[in-house]
Write a protein that binds this ligand. Structure first.
Ligand code: SF4
Ligand code: F3S
Ligand code: FES
Length: 258
């Protein structure tokens, strides 16, 4: 069967050269077997247009840097095969994040700020002993934490979320997932009330209206739907406890992720 001819209609804009406004530019190239969008873009940059900006590091769905809108949907360029797409492919940068140029956006600054806001580290009063043994936890707990550690910070979940498009302080599914990751960690000594302070706002759990596009577009198939439901339950419990005047610090339940 003859190879298909692909037309990649690509968003172009360099904020450092504002005289040339935002525009779409078409590149035509022949599809090769098992071609990914990353391969196609690399060929364009090497053979046709070295000025085209897009990001990649790992080429294997690990670094999260190649996310972009492919025909309107957030996807990783390195794991998107062109033979699963029509011959006309529209590429845009992820919305929500600061545009660096063309298809390249700055997800790193957003994720660093989010990590700071949700205090993305184990809070413990135990002094660190470099010669001591690792703290033990059950296999189930370790697996639950590991599962939530799989996020590659690609930004697809945030780009897919309408709430994030409406309020730029929204923590997004990635931020809420990060909170869930520490809430289930038995080493983290923060109480339910402490976590409520972090995510019990419209920029946190209450801003999520359950659209679940985040769940649909996460390229790592993280259990975002389950985690958002889990957080909502924990937050409601924390709020009920507070409402009935039980203000004493509740011990954290070492609960496995459903
Ligand atoms: Fe990407 Fe999924 Fe992490 Fe969101 S939760 S940043 S979609 S890997
Ligand atoms: Fe957005 Fe996902 Fe909630 S798409 S509204 S974070 S369920
Ligand atoms: Fe690393 Fe695509 S290049 S995820």
């Amino acid at each position: 069967m003859a190879n298909r001819t692909l037309t990649l209609s690509t968003f172009r804009y360099n904020p450092y050269d504002p005289d040339l406004g935002p525009r779409m530019q078409e590149y035509i190239l022949e599809e090769t077997p098992r071609m990914t969008l990353f391969t196609a873009l690399t060929r364009i940059r090497e053979d046709m247009d070295p000025s085209l900006q897009f990001d990649f590091v790992c080429r294997s769905a690990v670094c999260g840097s190649c996310a972009m809108l492919v025909n309107g949907h957030p996807r990783l360029a390195c794991r998107t095969r062109t033979d699963q797409l029509p011959t006309k492919i529209n590429l845009h940068p992820l919305p929500f994040f600061r545009l660096i140029g063309d298809l390249s956006v700055d997800t790193g600054s957003w994720f660093a700020e989010m990590a700071h806001r949700v205090e993305s580290w184990v809070h413990t009063s135990k002094a660190f002993n470099p010669d001591g043994e690792e703290e033990r936890m059950s296999n189930d707990q370790a697996l639950s934490v590991y599962e939530l550690e799989r996020c590659i910070e690609c930004g697809c979940c945030v780009a897919a979320c309408v709430t994030a498009q409406m309020r730029d302080d929204f923590l997004g599914a990635a931020g809420l997932l990060r909170v869930a990751r520490f809430w289930i960690d038995p080493r983290d000594q923060r109480t339910d009330a402490d976590f409520y302070d972090v995510v019990g706002t419209d920029a946190g759990v209450f801003g999520c209206v359950g659209l679940l596009a985040c769940h649909d577009y996460c390229p790592k198939n993280l259990p975002l739907m389950e985690q958002l439901a889990y957080l909502r339950r924990r937050i409601m419990l924390a709020s009920l406890r507070s409402a009935v005047g039980k203000k004493e610090r509740q011990p954290k339940e070492p609960e496995a992720v459903p």
